[in-house]
Design a protein around this ligand. Structure first.
Ligand code: SF4
Ligand code: SF4
Length: 280
């Protein structure tokens, strides 16, 4: 009986020894080497996992930085300090990165946009509205007002205002760009934070139709393009700013009847009011 017990113990011990040895060899042979920089960069990132960098999350971004596929400045949430930390880990120059903020290039809310005769009763989602009927507004280019952008923001930096248009809370916005990606109408664009002049419209309809569907649309009259010396171009009935050639003083803000082209804070309207007062 004792012999059987000893044989069993010896067999089990032997097997354990063989398996342990096998595992040790497998560990050596099959181990996938991970560059320690990946963990260091992952540590330096904000951990928001928002996808603003274009990758599945912070770790995936770190893998791609080390793999040479992503830029050290590619995390919009971390900003310059984070980019500098990553550049230090990678031993490269971070250069200077400019903060981008989302700009809502449509001012046609409930008060300005003309609504269709038949009301939309489907889900309150911009992507659903786009598929079903194009929403309530007659304009097929403007904001649908369903708030997909608000839903897509991981930082609660966007809200819908009383006029049915999204607004950015700049203090909370990290510039991740998720709102831009979520908008089926491409009404949201990311621009350098200090950029102030925009055409707040995306309507490519002919001038008469554009005017009929919204009181603040770009009518495609082309006055701004003719006067701005290359600062504004007309693209399919829509004024588009050429920021490389923009000379603010040459934009005839007072000639744009719908104020589709203007400053972010609407200061051109105040200047016009002052001009009018001076005339009277
Ligand atoms: S508003 Fe939100 S989703 Fe849009 S860029 Fe800012 S943080 Fe990102
Ligand atoms: S900006 Fe785009 S995503 Fe946001 S509410 Fe308007 S249509 Fe929808």
């Amino acid at each position: 009986m004792e012999d059987v017990l000893l044989i069993a113990i010896a067999t089990m011990g032997g097997l354990g020894f063989i398996f342990a040895g096998g595992l040790a060899i497998a560990d050596k042979k099959l181990r996938v080497y991970e560059d320690p920089k990946i963990a260091q960069i992952n540590e330096a990132l904000p951990g928001a996992n928002c996808g603003g960098c274009g990758y599945a999350g912070c770790y995936d971004f770190a893998v791609n930085v080390v793999g040479g596929k992503a830029s050290v400045t590619g995390c919009p949430v971390g900003g310059e300090d984070c980019a500098q930390d990553i550049a230090n880990i990678m031993g490269v120059d971070a250069g200077s990165s400019v903060k981008l903020l989302p700009r809502i290039l449509c001012k046609g809310g409930h008060q300005e946009a003309v609504e269709k005769m038949v009301e939309y009763y489907g889900p309150l989602s911009c992507s659903a509205m786009t598929i079903v009927s194009g929403g309530d507004k007659q304009c097929y280019y403007g904001c649908l007002g369903g708030g997909d952008c608000v839903e897509a923001c991981p930082f609660n930096a966007m809200v819908m205002n009383d006029n049915g248009l999204p607004e950015v809370i700049e203090e909370l916005c990290t510039g991740c760009g998720n709102c831009e990606k979520a908008c089926p109408r491409n009404v949201i664009e990311m621009h350098p934070a200090d950029r102030q002049i925009f055409v707040f419209c995306k309507n490519h309809d002919d001038p008469k139709k554009a005017k009929d569907v919204c009181t603040v649309s770009c009518m495609g009259c082309g006055i701004c393009a003719r006067k701005s010396d290359g600062g504004v171009e007309m693209v399919d009935n829509l004024a588009v700013i050429n920021y490389d050639h923009l000379d603010t003083d040459k934009i005839p803000f007072d000639k744009c009847k719908t104020h589709a082209i203007g400053f972010l804070d609407g200061r051109e309207k105040k200047l016009l009011e002052i001009k009018e007062e001076q005339k009277n």
